[in-house]
Write a protein that binds this ligand. Structure first.
Ligand SMILES: NC(=O)c1ccc[n+]([C@@H]2O[C@H](COP(=O)([O-])OP(=O)(O)OC[C@H]3O[C@@H](n4cnc5c(N)ncnc54)[C@H](O)[C@@H]3O)[C@@H](O)[C@H]2O)c1
Length: 271
């Protein structure tokens, strides 16, 4: 089990949802927190809660869709905090519209936040981890990184890309024999944070809408155990095997499980 005490953990999108809950959970293990979010007020509130665990906390307002802002904030963090031990690329958004109803701007923003930001954050914070042979990259993807879904084309594309980026980084680290830098890819089905408000599941026992506290706890446990991949619920692990089926049958299974209609009543966040 990895000891998280006194580790500097940077979380993007830490202002609410699982980003916030991971911050609180990491703090309970004695980790120091570097909180990033586009919503500066939200991370200040999270920081006030985190500090109750007597850990150091820094807040940086950062729009991760803006590469230059990421690099400027990263320089500040390196000067003010020092080395980041664990980077959690978590910030994400969803448009939730049919492909042709999405505007160009919406598609671009989804890709910028959900995947391009991972590249820029990695370019800023991975080199010191490699130099010291110590670090951990946590990539929050989704079950939508394994199955294409109705009304989620931009979102699924960004999450499939996240899965590919994580695996490639893991392979590169292995090839260079960098054993002290670990990676964890996280692929949950829908979570009750409000991001996907309105989504429905046909078989709640098989494909439950996940509880945000439980998800955050499991992610922290996965980091402690250096787990390479965490999928939730267990049925998400079976997707690569289902892909051995002919495409028509795979699509039928997705329809039967209700995956293709989960987004039919999606409303998302109101703010
Ligand atoms: N909620 C789900 O059902 C679900 C399921 C699977 C995966 N995920 C993924 O988990 C991650 C967190 O989701 P959540 O449900 O906690 O979402 P959320 O909407 O509750 O929180 C997202 C956070 O990201 C921040 N953010 C948004 N745009 C940003 C930007 N440009 N720059 C910086 N911060 C920004 C928001 O302010 C917010 O604090 C996302 O990557 C999401 O895709 C969510």
């Amino acid at each position: 089990m990895k000891n998280l005490k006194n580790q500097n953990i940077l979380i993007t999108g830490a202002g609410r949802g699982i980003g916030r809950l991971m911050a609180l959970n990491f703090a309970s293990h004695g980790s120091h927190l570097v909180l990033l979010d586009i919503d500066g007020e939200a991370i200040e509130k999270v920081a006030a809660q985190v500090r109750q665990s007597n850990v150091a906390t820094w807040c940086y307002r950062c729009d991760v869709s803006d590469r230059e802002m990421i690099y400027a904030v990263a320089d500040k963090i390196k000067a003010e905090v020092g080395k980041i031990d664990i980077l959690v690329n978590n910030a994400g958004i969803v448009t939730g519209k049919a492909f042709l109803d999405c505007t160009d701007t919406e598609v671009q923003r989804t890709m910028d936040i959900n995947i391009m930001a991972h590249f820029w954050m990695l370019r800023a914070f991975l080199p010191p981890m490699i130099d010291t042979d110590h670090g951990h990259i946590v990539s929050i993807a989704s079950a939508a990184g394994w199955v294409g879904t109705n009304s989620l084309a931009d979102y699924c594309a960004s999450k499939f890309a996240t899965v590919g980026l994580d695996e490639s980084i893991r392979m590169e680290l292995r090839k260079k024999n960098i054993q002290g830098v670990k990676t964890t890819l996280v692929c949950p089905f829908y979570i009750d944070t409000g991001m996907f408000a309105g989504v429905k599941t046909r078989f709640p026992r098989l494909l439950p809408i996940l509880n945000e506290d439980k998800v955050a706890r499991k992610i922290v446990q996965a980091v402690k155990k250096d787990r390479a991949v965490l999928k939730m619920p267990w049925i998400v692990y079976t997707v690569p095997m289902l892909r051995l089926l002919p495409v028509k049958m795979f699509d039928w299974v997705a329809d039967f499980l209700g995956v293709s209609s989960t987004m039919d009543e999606f409303v998302g966040r109101k703010n």
